[in-house]
Design a protein around this ligand. Structure first.
Ligand SMILES: Cc1cc2nc3c(=O)[nH]c(=O)nc-3n(C[C@H](O)[C@H](O)[C@H](O)COP(=O)(O)O)c2cc1C
Length: 432
């Protein structure tokens, strides 16, 4: 049973819970255990026998029993080796925008946040999306930037501490394109930019980017890639997913161009191709370039760039030829088949078609996807391990579970599945 601060106290007192039993041991109700709920929450779980055996989750729907992970999690802890990247295990921290970098500068709290995950065994950290050097690259003054001395110095500290803790880290290079609203910080006067000046819903907002603007944008990505290498990062991830700038070029709804950056699916990859090539030119052949893409867009979860494997092949080929090392295939639920007639998910198909290593992602260890904006209970890892063990994908990105709990990887490794925390959306309000 979960109880809010203002609910009646389950001990039978007339008072609200916060008046009766807020502090452990001070009220007549002693039926709860501090260790079984996360510090962020204002809800409390009560156990009929007064003992928390950690098999019930505190969040949502009255405490559901967790399904157990029955098979060995060892495959998650095998070393990953590719041509230019070795990762100690198969776990990746998914990029998650946190908005805790005032004036775009990651400070000591951000350094500690990433270090904490590295210390607890995350193999590879992909940072939150960080804005390339363009005035309209991000929406909001506390989104970290990836240009300017102060921001880059902040990132250098992150890299140093993650390395000291034994982890690896790549920045996710980001431009939000037309998802930026006019007048948003950090540069209120900067207009949103995109291939055709269209919002994700197809509304005309600004003029299409000129060819010169497109070419300059490519160079802004390249500059960020060069800076990432100079700062000691272990690679870069290009954010080509979810309906942001690169994806706006991919998607027919937002790209109506008739020049070389538009046209059919192949033509719509041209911007990404030039970005990848320019980054490769800056970082050389040995520095890993990870490319994140998705079929879904933030305003349309059913959107598809490719409706069958042939189309996916046509979409991926130019990106491979341009120099991608690893594809990060963003799905909301990793277990869902991408196309009819096969169990392979998007990552599985991408690996099969390109022969490149792939990262899978989406509701790992949780029973609800991240776009539902609510909490989620923990679930078994059996299905994930089976797919990983079958080589459907190489690496596994974990989002909310790692946002909630920096120790998630260590707990899984130590077989402490019962200690895994459900995702509570209040964790978004804390940078821990
Ligand atoms: C708070 C939050 C912020 C996110 N920010 C980004 C981002 O900056 N870049 C990105 O590519 N994906 C972002 N995502 C998506 C995650 O990388 C991941 O794909 C998604 O959460 C699914 O993984 P999960 O189910 O394990 O949480 C974000 C997700 C969350 C929950």
């Amino acid at each position: 049973m979960t109880v809010g601060r203002n609910d009646p106290c389950p001990c039978g007192s007339e008072k609200k819970y916060k008046k009766c039993c807020m502090k452990k041991g001070t009220g007549p109700c002693l039926l709860w255990s501090f260790s079984c709920f996360p510090r962020f929450t204002n809800r409390y779980l009560f156990f009929p026998d007064g003992i928390c055996n950690n098999t019930y989750c505190m969040k949502g729907r009255g405490g559901q029993k967790m399904s157990k992970t029955n098979i060995s999690t060892d495959p998650l802890f095998h070393t990953f080796t590719s041509d230019n990247l070795i990762v100690e295990n198969r776990t990746v921290m998914a990029p998650m925008t946190r908005g805790y970098s005032p004036n775009g500068v990651p400070g000591e709290d951000v350094v500690a946040y990433y270090r904490r995950r590295a210390e607890n065994g995350v193999g590879l950290i992909v940072t939150e999306g960080t804005g390339i050097n363009h005035p309209a690259s991000v929406s909001g003054a506390s989104i970290p930037l990836f240009h300017g001395e102060a921001s880059l110095n902040g990132w250098a500290k992150v890299v140093k501490e993650v390395h000291e803790a034994g982890g690896k880290i790549v920045p996710q290079l980001w431009h939000v394109g037309m998802t930026r609203k006019k007048g948003e910080l950090p540069n209120e006067e900067a207009q949103p930019v995109g291939p055709s000046g269209l919002s994700l819903s197809g509304k005309k907002i600004t003029e299409p980017m000129t060819e010169k603007e497109v070419v300059n944008m490519v160079e802004a990505y390249a500059q960020a890639a060069a800076d990432a290498k100079r700062l000691g990062f272990d690679g870069i991830e290009l954010h080509g997913a979810h309906g942001y700038l690169i994806d706006q070029f991919f998607w027919e709804n937002t790209n109506k161009r008739t020049d070389r950056y538009g046209g059919d699916l192949f033509g719509r990859t041209q911007f990404a191709v030039e970005v990848i090539e320019a980054c490769r030119r800056e970082v050389g052949p040995d520095f890993p370039i990870i490319f994140r893409f998705s079929q879904w867009k933030m305003n349309d979860f059913k959107a598809k760039l490719a409706t069958n494997p042939d189309e996916l092949d046509r979409f991926l080929k130019p990106l491979v030829e341009a120099g991608v090392d690893i594809f990060h295939c963003s799905t909301r639920r990793f277990w869902e088949p991408e196309f009819e007639g096969s169990d392979l998910n998007l990552a599985g198909w991408t690996k099969k078609l390109t022969g490149k290593p792939v990262i899978s992602v989406g509701s790992v260890g949780l029973d609800g996807e991240f776009t539902s904006f609510s909490g989620a209970n923990t679930t078994s890892l059996d299905g994930l391990i089976e797919k990983l063990d079958n080589d459907e994908f190489d690496l596994v990105a974990i989002g909310r579970s790692l946002l909630m709990d920096p120790e998630w990887v260590r707990k899984v490794k130590d077989g402490r599945a019962n200690d895994l925390l459900p995702f509570d959306k209040e964790a978004l309000q804390t940078l821990y």
